[in-house]
Design a binder for this molecule. Sequence first.
Ligand SMILES: [Zn+2]
Length: 274
Amino acid sequence: MPELPEVETIVRSLRPRILGRKVSEIKVLLPKIIHAEGLGSSEDLIGQTITNIFRWGKNIVLEFSPNWYVRIHLKMTGQLLVSLPEEPIPKHTHVIFSLDGGKIEVRYRDIRQFGYIHIMTAGEWEKWRDGNFVGPDPLEISLPSFLARLAGKRGKIKSVLLNQAFLRGLGNIYVDEILHQAKIHPESSADHLSTEEATGLYQKMQQVLQAAIWHQGSSVSDYVDSSGKQGEYQYYHQVYGRANLPCRQCGTRIERIRVSGRSTCFCPKCQRRR
Ligand SMILES: [Zn+2]
């Protein structure tokens, strides 16, 4: 599933290509992808100009002038591809936004069809954004706020970090990578971490996410940016996807366990349980 660095990369690749363009037509080939349970429908976007594109956790948000928001969650295998209309439409393309009189298209493609496009009014967006579904952004939260949020959190540190209400945007890949860098066992109890360990965790979280954005995300399954380009951070993974391979720090065999139902890779020597 695309996580914070992948979604950030997609957003950055979308901006120069579609910002300021106007929607001329929307073809919905698979209606269930469009979530318009509120006030809006895909028809409302026709004639609207894209005025802002940003990331909110793992969501891609397109803002339209003056009133509409489109929140796109790619889930497992979603892709948002900017294409010329003459380019062949790939299989599993479910929604096509035609922009600027058909000069350019944004195609939503999704093999497993878990992703969705949520059309919202400004009011609906603000209500969703300010609801309790998602916590602060890991790249925006300050160290004191992070320490305060972590203090007294019960449960395994991996589960805490995966919880989108705690921080928005982290998933299985980056939590495993961050915990390895911070030398924290994924099953360590969150409230057993010392201030020093929690501070290290915060710093490694920043470093890993920034490095992953620099390398344009990790292409471990279907992830590509909006031009169809793969990321390269998978080549820098220390533990994720490396079960039974030697740890790049110490040579110990990387182990795979399940933590709260999620496959988890870690180094038993570098990451001692607290
Ligand atoms: Zn190790």
